[in-house]
Design a protein around this ligand. Structure first.
Ligand code: C2E
Ligand code: MG
Ligand code: MG
Length: 671
């Protein structure tokens, strides 16, 4: 039993211990519960606080989000604005560059001293910006504007207004430039004058273009000399001035190049142009070098040379002391033109004929002035070129007569008033007539016979020589054919003068060929005469033209030998069969030993070059004796027979002449 109680006691103790432990646990639990309740409260509070905080946070977050959104928007806006600002800045910079480059800006103080100058100003004026600053604006003065121009400017800006004009300024290197200029007076705060702002725009290119157009209208493109229009204007001014001022003297020189056409024809138009340019510079030089004429100082006054057209130039000489001053200029022109012209690889001798007209108050029209100067020039040409002639009233009459003659000549050619006459050419050794020279004669209905010396030059000039020459050629060949058929004429030849116009006419050669064939005339019996001066006018082209003729089989003789100054080396290269010594040498040899020596030289020259030599114009037995002694081959002259109609030629064919030019045998009678 005891054990039970102990056991029970033990159990009780154990229970008690357990109980105590439980109690502890319960207490702990209670404590925990209590704590938990506290925590719960705290938690609840926390929860509440958290909720509050969350609310606040949400609100803030929302606010921040809104703010952030706003900021993004603002940033975007700012970025946009920044972009626009950058673009605007770029535009401004570009504008600044353009302005700095192209708008010439300068500021001067009230005394005209430059105090601001941009890059464009420096660039156009060629002064550096530092060189410009402190300078007076007058350093830009070109001197091209007169006093009244500047007076107007000062008056405008002085009264506080903006002045605007096109101004020509001078750059540092002396060159000129044009600027469209606006000058604005600047005011200080008190309203006083503080200086001037000058805004300029470069218009040089436009001005030059305008100037170019003006020049094109008034100046010759090739030679750069004033043209006919500008000349006319200046001549008119001179005419007006002489009426106001009796002491004002002026002269007009009408200048025409001699044989310019042949330079063009033989060396080409480029060479011709070069010659004209060279002539222009020599003419201007002649004025420059002559002290007694008022020289051209600018575009509006003074003496100058103008190109009238083609190879014609006109010099207007103003401010002369005496009319002789114009003669001196003409002489200078003559001597300057006489110098050979180097054109390409050629040295060309081209001289000029000058007509001088002294202006007077009787002239009312520019055309009249020029007409008279031209008439005088024409006189110079007819007197042998390379000279000057002063106009006088009698030239009018001559010019009119010449014009009438020219008209008459046209009719004469059409109505067959021009016919051939024939003059015998005699072989000295045998005394036989070996040829006839066909010479043109004009039987004018009212004036009677007119000499070829008078009408051939007009015919040459007008081109009528082609029909005249060809007509004579046909007559001559027809007679030659007729004479050839007679026993005395089996070997007779026919000399025909050939103008250079015919020679250079492309149709001439074929038509001559046809003529010779149609008449069955042997080509070698036709002797074509070309004057030495014609040969010398165009020696280069002449060689080929003569060679083509020669190929046809005809004979070629150089006429009027000794007057055209041909070079001996050239003579050697031409396909010539003979030379005809000009009559002047025969006349000179009458009483002059030196002329006989010259005659002798010419005859020997011909002989040495294997050419026949004809002495022209033998009128006297003494002359015949001279050429006989010098062993000339052929003679022609009044002593043997004057040029006569074809019937006379037929009649004398077959006669021989003795040593004194008398008929030794009568002509045989022909059927
Ligand atoms: P040219 O060819 O030298 O002709 C010779 C000239 O001298 C001719 O003059 C002739 O009449 C003249 N004459 C001949 N013997 C004597 C003389 O003893 N004394 C004098 N004082 N004169 C003499 P013309 O007929 O007056 O002819 C002059 C020039 O006109 C010619 O000179 C020739 O160059 C030219 N000519 C004449 N007919 C023609 C023609 O059909 N065509 C061409 N292109 N020219 C011609
Ligand atoms: Mg002749
Ligand atoms: Mg002759």
């Amino acid at each position: 039993m005891q054990s039970d109680s102990v056991a029970q006691q033990d159990q009780l103790t154990a229970l008690r211990t357990k109980n105590a432990a439980l109690q502890k646990t319960i207490d702990a639990l209670v404590q925990r519960v209590e704590q938990s309740e506290g925590l719960h409260g705290s938690a609840h509070r926390l929860f509440e606080e958290t909720a509050t905080l969350q609310g606040t946070l949400d609100e803030r977050t929302e606010q921040l989000c809104t703010q952030a959104e706003n900021l993004v928007e603002a940033r975007e806006e700012l970025e946009l604005q920044a972009g626009e600002l950058c673009a605007a800045n770029r535009r401004l910079e570009a504008m600044r560059l353009v302005i700095d480059e192209h708008i010439i800006l300068g500021v001067t103080d009230s005394s005209g001293k430059i105090i601001e100058a941009n890059r464009a100003f420096s660039k156009i004026s060629q002064y550096s910006q530092s060189e410009l600053l402190g300078q007076n604006h007058r350093i830009l003065n070109s001197g091209l504007h007169d006093k009244s121009f500047w007076k107007k400017m000062w008056k405008t800006v002085g009264s506080g207004n903006t002045w605007h004009a096109e101004v020509c300024n001078r750059a540092k290197d002396g060159s000129l430039y044009w600027v469209d200029t606006t000058i604005v007076p600047l005011r200080d705060p008190d309203g006083g004058l503080d200086g001037y702002l000058a805004l300029r725009v470069d218009i040089t290119a436009r001005k030059l273009a305008e100037e170019g157009l003006k020049r094109a209208a008034l100046f010759d493109d090739l030679t750069k000399l004033p043209n006919r229009a500008l000349l006319g204007d200046r001549l008119q001014r001179c005419m007006d001035k002489t009426k106001r001022d009796k002491d004002f003297l002026y002269s007009v020189l009408f200048i025409d190049l001699d044989n310019f056409k042949y330079v063009n024809d033989s060396l080409g138009h480029e060479a011709g142009d070069e010659l004209l340019i060279e002539t222009a510079s020599r003419l201007s030089e002649a004025i420059r070098l002559t002290d007694s004429v008022g020289r051209c100082t600018d575009d509006s006054t003074g003496s100058f040379a103008a190109r009238f057209g083609g190879d014609e130039f006109v010099m207007l000489l103003e401010g002369l002391h005496t009319p002789e001053d114009a003669i001196r200029v003409a002489e200078r022109v003559g001597s300057t033109m006489a110098r050979p012209h180097r054109i390409g690889s050629h040295d060309i001798a081209v001289q000029c004929s000058i007509g001088i007209l002294h202006g007077n108050d009787q002239y009312l029209q520019v055309d009249d002035l020029l007409r008279d100067a031209d008439t005088a020039m024409y006189e110079a040409k007819s007197e042998g070129k390379a000279r000057y002639v002063v106009f006088d009233e009698s030239m009018h009459t001559r010019a009119r007569e010449r014009l009438e003659l020219e008209n008459d000549l046209r009719c004469a050619v059409e109505s067959g008033q021009i016919q051939a006459v024939f003059q015998p050419i005699v072989h000295l050794e045998s005394g036989r007539i070996v040829s006839f020279e066909a010479l043109a004669r004009w039987n004018h209905p009212t004036r009677g016979a007119i000499s070829p010396a008078e009408f051939v030059p007009i015919a040459e000039e007008t081109g009528l020589i082609m029909s005249i020459g060809n007509g004579i050629l046909v007559e001559a060949c027809s007679l030659l054919e007729k004479l050839s058929r007679s026993p005395d004429g089996e070997t007779v030849s026919m000399n025909v003068n050939l103008s250079r116009r015919q020679l250079f006419d492309p149709a001439f050669l074929p038509s001559l060929d046809v003529l010779l064939q149609s008449l069955s005339v042997p080509a070698e019996r036709l002797r074509l005469e070309i004057t030495e001066s014609a040969v010398m006018d165009r020696p280069h082209m002449m060689k080929d033209a003569l060679a083509s003729l020669k190929a046809l089989g005809v004979q070629l003789h150089m006429d009027d030998f000794g007057t055209g100054m041909s070079s001996l080396s050239l003579l050697r290269t031409l396909p010539l069969d003979g030379i005809k010594i000009d009559r002047s040498f025969i006349v000179a040899a009458d009483n002059d030993r030196e002329s006989i020596a010259i005659l002798n030289t010419i005859i020997s020259l011909g002989r040495n070059l294997n050419m026949s030599v004809t002495a022209e114009g033998i009128e006297k037995t003494e002359q015949l004796a001279t050429v006989l002694a010098l062993e000339c081959d052929l003679v022609q002259g009044y002593l043997f027979g004057k040029p006569a109609p074809k019937e006379d030629a037929e009649a004398i064919l077959g006669r021989t002449f003795d040593g004194i030019g008398q008929f030794a045998t009568p002509a045989a009678k022909h059927a």
